[in-house]
Design a protein around this ligand. Structure first.
Ligand SMILES: [Zn+2]
Length: 237
């Protein structure tokens, strides 16, 4: 779809000097997907992106766009697969229709559809493995194009060639996390209206937040244990 995706691919090629992140791991992959989702909230707030609909859906879309754009196709597919699997595992609980996030089963199909739609020819197996109904699959290329066009404009404004001076700032003590590699990579390409601290904290729950007041992104330490529990659950089913 051109634009930002190509640009990011080009810069990721330049980043091969960085140690490779751990791809082969459900927990790490979902930490990345969740971080990208929170990043979506941060971009929406900081860049004052108008959202017609649910902000949570827009944040999910950015997450899958970044997964598609930042990794080569095989790695991206594993990450997207793990991210969708998490929604599927979560969908086994009662849906909470009052929640600002769409029901998990819907988030599952949205994730599968967007990732498939980014490259339908190469990802037919992905879609059929994850049981994307043909009825939905037919429109996924257009869905991806729309999401990509919507986000391209704002991500272009954040590209380094512009005047913004802020960056993502990792909190001390989190240097060896999956997220720290990611922050380095994202700071090469994007800048922000102000510095955005990224914290790794004990929250008392497995969650992640973008705090509008501070503003900052918090990834809760509890996520790691929770995600590895779900990985075990999935592998025994
Ligand atoms: Zn959210």
């Amino acid at each position: 779809m051109g634009g930002i995706a190509e640009m990011i691919r080009a810069f990721m090629t330049a980043l091969t000097l960085l140690p490779a992140p751990a791809f082969a791991d459900f927990t790490a992959n979902n930490l990345l997907a969740i971080f990208y989702h929170e990043l979506g909230h941060a971009v929406i707030d900081q860049m004052q992106v108008p959202i017609f609909g649910q902000e949570e859906d827009a944040a999910d879309s950015l997450s899958i766009l970044l997964i598609d754009a930042l990794y080569d196709s095989d790695d991206a597919e594993v990450i997207a697969y793990d991210s969708a699997s998490l929604f599927w595992a979560e969908a086994q609980d009662e849906p909470a229709f009052w929640d600002t996030h769409g029901p998990d089963e819907q988030r599952y199909f949205n994730t599968v559809c967007l990732f498939y739609g980014a490259d339908p020819d190469a990802r037919e197996d992905f879609a059929s493995d994850l049981e994307l109904p043909q009825e939905r699959a037919d429109g996924c290329e257009d869905e991806f194009a729309m999401a990509s066009d919507s986000w391209n404009g704002v991500l272009d404004e954040m590209s380094k060639s512009n005047a913004l001076k802020g960056k993502l700032v990792l909190q001390a003590g989190a240097e060896n996390s999956v997220i720290s590699q990611e922050i380095k990579a994202l700071n090469v390409e994007f800048s922000w209206p102000r510095d955005i601290p990224v914290k790794l904290e004990d929250c008392g729950e497995a969650n992640a937040f973008y705090d509008l007041d501070e503003p900052s992104i918090t990834m809760c330490r509890e996520l790691t244990g929770w995600l590895s529990g779900i990985a075990k659950q999935i592998s025994t089913n």
